[in-house]
Ligand binder design. Structure first.
Ligand SMILES: NC(=O)c1ccc[n+]([C@@H]2O[C@H](COP(=O)([O-])OP(=O)(O)OC[C@H]3O[C@@H](n4cnc5c(N)ncnc54)[C@H](OP(=O)(O)O)[C@@H]3O)[C@@H](O)[C@H]2O)c1
Length: 261
């Protein structure tokens, strides 16, 4: 298949900035990139750093310059944005938006030839996004392979379950914040408490990335029977923390699928 000459992005915010950064990292011949005009500071900053990045004067001009179009606006404005655009059959619309179903996107973007949903991660900036994609599409695959790996679930409903899991980042970081602030409450300078907490969990993250075994086995590796890790885990389980996480994920999934909570 011939490589697409250019990528367009409608919505130039945080996730677009991460993908564009990744597309430009260590690539001898990065693709031409066309950005929509809104989100002026992000677009201007990217265009000033990378000669292959251009800010268009309208969303429609992004579609005039590229046939592979990443849609990265907030879901609430998605319909208004997409319906204003004139797509052609050669366009591939790659939606990064959470909770907007393929059927609706296909309807709004007709007669675009292909519509794909993706869940890029901010780590795209470092070429480390494991991007979930459905359905599989060669153009989207080529784009996201440049900024990490690709995972294709069996159906759209499963993609939404992956999407729900990406809602856990802030809560996870908040859990680490609780640990660091508890340490500071016990007499440790707050900078040192943060540094220590980020160090130990950064190292734990490395263990996760290098794991060869199940998560349950890794958990066992990090505790001694009767020891303090086992005690804390058992207390949190007894207090219902895992069940609360499952129920909160169920509510996120219902929201993403447009179901009543
Ligand atoms: N951030 C992530 O890590 C991440 C990961 C996966 C998926 N996503 C999805 O990606 C989408 C964007 O997320 P984000 O975090 O990048 O949001 P963001 O930083 O708020 O960026 C959204 C951008 O859309 C622009 N915009 C608003 N109305 C527009 C219009 N009519 N035409 C063109 N652009 C318009 C905004 O411009 P102004 O600043 O001028 O309003 C802003 O630059 C969301 O649907 C989200 O679910 C995000």
């Amino acid at each position: 298949m011939q490589q697409p000459a250019a990528y367009g992005f409608v919505g130039a915010g945080a996730i677009t900035a991460a993908i564009v950064e990744g597309l430009n990292a260590d690539v001898a011949g990065p693709p031409a990139i066309y950005l929509s005009p809104r989100g002026r500071s992000v677009g201007r900053e990217l265009a000033s750093r990378f000669p292959n990045v251009h800010v268009c004067d309208s969303n429609q001009n992004v579609l005039s310059n590229a046939t592979s179009i990443v849609l990265a606006v907030r879901p609430r404005v998605s319909r208004a944005v997409v319906e204003k655009l004139s797509f052609r059959p050669e366009h591939v619309l790659i939606s990064a938006m959470a909770g907007v179903r393929l059927e609706r996107l296909q309807d709004w973007a007709a007669p675009a030839g292909h519509v794909v949903r993706v869940i890029p991660l901010p780590q795209a900036a470092r070429g480390q996004s494991l991007t979930v994609m459905y359905p599989d599409n060669a153009v989207a695959r080529e784009l996201f392979a440049r900024v990490g790996g690709i995972l294709v679930p069996s159906d759209e409903s499963t993609l939404e379950a992956f999407s729900a899991v990406t809602a856990t980042f802030a809560a996870h970081l908040d859990y680490l914040t609780t640990i660091a602030s508890w340490l500071a409450d016990h007499g440790v300078d707050s900078g040192a408490a943060t540094a220590y907490t980020t160090h130990i969990f950064g190292q734990l993250g490395q263990s996760l990335l290098q794991r060869t075994d199940s998560l349950a086995a890794l958990t066992d590796d990090h505790m001694t029977p009767g020891g303090i890790n086992q005690q804390l885990m058992t207390e949190l389980r007894r207090d219902g923390v895992p069940d609360m996480v499952r129920r909160a994920l169920d509510r996120i999934l219902a929201r993403l699928r447009g179901e009543p909570a």
